[in-house]
Design a protein around this ligand. Structure first.
Ligand SMILES: Nc1ncnc2c1ncn2[C@@H]1O[C@H](COP(=O)(O)OP(=O)(O)OP(=O)(O)O)[C@@H](O)[C@H]1O
Ligand SMILES: [Mg+2]
Length: 450
């Protein structure tokens, strides 16, 4: 505003002064013309000049002097200087034939413009018209205009200031609330949510923030559950080992046979501990290697055959028949080691949870955009209410039974994570005492991250 004000005032000043100058020049020339008409001789004399100077002086509100070529005043509209010489620079220039205007700051009269115009008769300078006009009125005008501008500026500053304040408050209040909530969450209160009002960018930010906190709370809950589960699962075999060892220590004359039996149990529990830790490490590995799948174009047929081959001794042990149906050779991009692990877990389950003499059918076929690996057993099945949980870490349908089968409850969680990493999914259908079907779906065209 200040900048604009000073710019405008300067522009107005220059404009006014220029106009004034032009006006005075014009008047000077008019007077010069009339002076020439009044005098006959080449010498400017006072005959009739008084009236012209006074008349025009009144018209243009300026002092008008007519000077002869010697520099002596012939006529002065103020009747003061008549007969005296004047030596102003402007006049000197005019007597040489130039029209000159200049602004002065006089102690007595304030800002004043001197304009001097030569009186020329037949190409000879015979005198000059000298005008002295006050500029104070112009400056007063400019001053008035600027004062009004200043008032206007002040008013607009006040108005914009007020509007800015209101808007800033409107914007900053929700941000302050958001900051407040973040601080509370920082202190560990994950129940904190931001209040959402309206439908602007800030309320969107608030909603996104709330979503993030909900997710954070879920992750935190999962983490707590996981840690609780892990410690519980590790403590069970440990307390069994402790119990077995103590009972041996506190008995006297224990038979070698009993020693052997108890040590055997301890050995089994240690194996279990090892298995749990191994599986947990596998899960952590998969978590870590999210983007680091080692994709290779692979014939799924051969991969499944490998898994079946490696599990055959276990199945044979329970006289379980394993059959593989393949309609065609299918190759897709996948991480061989990881998918092999996922399938091993599922097929191993089928063997574990199928009674002796059962049958497991494994099929491979394409379906729309997917490749499906179907694993069907005629085993004990999974109760409907347990189905939603079987992919959770440490979940086992029948804990007691699972102990005897030596499960850790991590197998399906691992399989699920591997398949999801491949942008696929696992589906399950089951009926108690009839059997269970697992469908592993892998996309034919996997979007491999760069
Ligand atoms: N084919 C199946 N038939 C019946 N129940 C099954 C089958 N597959 C899985 N389950 C049930 O789902 C639970 C979870 O399976 P998961 O493979 O995760 O754990 P696990 O087999 O108990 O232990 P782990 O595989 O870690 O040694 C099993 O405990 C079992 O109760
Ligand atoms: Mg399992």
């Amino acid at each position: 505003m200040l900048l604009i004000n000073s710019f405008i005032s300067e522009a107005i000043r220059i404009n006014y002064i220029n106009q004034k100058k032009i006006h005075l020049f014009t008047q000077g020339n008019i007077i010069a013309g009339r002076v020439i008409n009044v005098i006959e001789d080449r010498i400017v004399e006072s005959s009739g000049l008084e009236e012209i100077t006074k008349e025009i002086s009144k018209d243009i509100k300026a002092r008008v002097l007519i000077v002869n070529k010697m520099g002596f005043v012939v006529s002065d509209s103020y009747d003061v200087l008549k007969g005296s010489p004047i030596r102003h620079y402007e006049l000197q220039e005019s007597l040489k034939g130039k029209a000159v205007a200049k602004q002065h700051n006089l102690e007595k009269y304030g800002r004043t413009m001197y304009v001097s115009v030569p009186i020329i008769l037949n190409t000879k300078v015979i005198g000059a018209v000298f005008i002295s006009a006050s500029l104070e009125e112009i400056y007063q005008n400019i001053h008035d205009i600027m004062r009004n501008f200043l008032y206007l500026s002040l008013i607009s500053i006040l108005i914009t200031g007020f509007i800015s304040f209101v808007f800033a408050k409107l914007i900053s209040t929700p941000i302050e609330k958001l900051t407040d909530s973040i601080m509370k969450i920082h202190q560990g209160n994950l129940d904190e949510r931001v209040e959402i009002r309206g439908n602007d960018e800030l309320s969107n930010l608030g909603s996104a923030f709330n979503l993030m906190i909900t997710k954070l709370a879920q992750v935190e809950q999962q983490r707590k559950d996981f840690v609780a589960n892990v410690s519980h699962e590790l403590r069970t075999p440990l307390s069994a080992i402790k119990l077995l060892a103590e009972s041996l220590l506190h008995q006297e004359d224990v038979k070698a046979e009993t020693y052997r039996e108890f040590l055997q149990d301890i050995d089994t529990e240690v194996d279990r501990l090892n298995k749990i830790i191994e599986n947990l490490l596998a899960l952590v590995d998969i978590d870590k290697g999210k983007l680091e799948l080692d994709y290779q174009i692979t014939y799924v047929n051969y991969l499944i055959e490998n898994v079946i081959h490696s599990l055959k001794p276990l199945a044979d042990n329970k006289q379980i028949e394993m059959v593989f149906y393949e309609r065609e050779k299918i190759h897709i991009k996948l991480d061989q080691i990881k998918i092999q692990q996922a399938l091993t877990n599922i097929i191993h389950n089928a063997i574990k949870y199928t009674p002796n003499g059962g049958k497991i059918e494994i099929s491979l076929y394409p379906e729309y955009e997917d490749v499906v690996i179907k694993i069907e057993d005629n085993g004990i099945g999974i109760p409907e209410e347990s189905l939603p949980y079987i992919f959770e870490r440490f979940y086992r349908v029948d804990k007691a039974r699972a102990r005897s089968t030596g499960g850790t409850g991590l197998g399906l969680a691992i399989s699920q994570q591997i398949v999801v990493l491949h942008q696929g999914k696992i589906e399950v259908a089951s009926e108690v005492n009839k059997g269970t079907v697992f469908y592993v779906r892998l996309p034919k065209e996997v979007r491999v991250p760069n």
